[in-house]
Write a protein that binds this ligand. Structure first.
Ligand code: ATP
Ligand code: MG
Length: 250
């Protein structure tokens, strides 16, 4: 199982849009588990489910198994562990290693080809738990000055996490989102990221497409498919690029 954590501490940088679209895209190639680690629950909404008030992925911090939080989605091959609404990470003093121990004890890797984790825009125990099980981290960023700064901050956080954890993150992918090739600042920001962190980490950009926002209303990228959206095409391309990178590692 390949575990991909979608993360950026900067809010509104299309983490959830990316998590939902790569999860549904990868589900066409294998079995996928989507963990909605952001209590906003937007990834759950994005795959047509509600966030739960009694049982969700955050229930593992209250003693539940991960498997008992699983629910099927309308997408073939895509299982969701929804967000637990109102879970407050700050009520707990030490949550280290909980997700990692659930993965191990429940043999999660035996049941899925890919696990996608949507994370909140914070550097807290939820993100740390995600990084402890990550093979890859995907950082979506809006190509503006602060977007570039945020990528640098994430890279430093990953470096720190790699130093502190036994499991090393193998790959970091950086994905420009809401990209407009006619805006100079967008082009320059992508060049800065390439120069600073290496061209090999960059994935092809996702353009602006309002249908990517509308898909959350229907809870399904099917709306995108039916309208042959540019956004869906970009995310399908992103999935293909990820598959090529993963294939190259075998
Ligand atoms: N390529 C795109 N084109 C147009 N709108 C987009 C695109 N990507 C994301 N959006 C919209 O931008 C907003 C922020 O996206 P999203 O919720 O995925 O970001 P996020 O990083 O998960 O936010 P948060 O930090 O709150 O978790 C949403 O309204 C989403 O629909
Ligand atoms: Mg989000």
């Amino acid at each position: 199982m390949k575990t991909i954590v979608v993360s950026n501490r900067k809010g509104g940088s299309a983490k959830t849009t990316t998590a939902v679209n790569i999860a549904t895209g990868l589900a066409k190639h294998g079995s996928v588990l989507l963990l909605d680690f952001d209590t906003q629950g937007h990834a759950s909404i994005g795959v047509g489910c509600d966030l739960n008030e009694t049982l969700g992925v955050h229930s593992i911090f209250e003693g539940k198994t991960l498997s008992e939080t699983f629910i099927p989605t309308v997408h073939k091959n895509l299982t969701l562990s929804p967000a637990l609404a109102f879970f407050d990470v700050y009520e707990y003093s030490d949550l280290r290693g909980v997700l990692k121990s659930r993965f191990k004890r429940e043999n999660i890797a035996e049941f899925f080809d890919y696990c996608i984790i949507d994370t909140p825009p914070t550097f807290d125990a939820l993100l740390k738990n995600s990084l402890e099980v990550a093979d890859s981290v995907l950082i979506p960023f809006v190509p503006h000055h602060l977007g570039v700064v945020a990528v640098g901050q994430m890279m430093r956080a990953l470096y720190k996490s790699n130093n502190e954890s036994e499991k090393k993150i193998e790959d970091v992918f950086i994905l420009p989102v809401m990209y407009n090739p006619h805006i100079n600042e967008h082009k320059e920001s992508v060049t800065k990221v390439k120069t600073s962190f290496g061209e090999g980490k960059l994935l092809s950009p996702i353009g602006i497409d309002i249908k990517l926002a509308q898909q959350f209303e229907s809870g399904s990228p099917i709306i995108l498919e039916s309208k042959r959206s540019k956004g869906l095409k970009d995310y399908n391309n992103c999935v293909s690029e990820l598959l090529v990178r993963f294939e190259g590692e075998r």
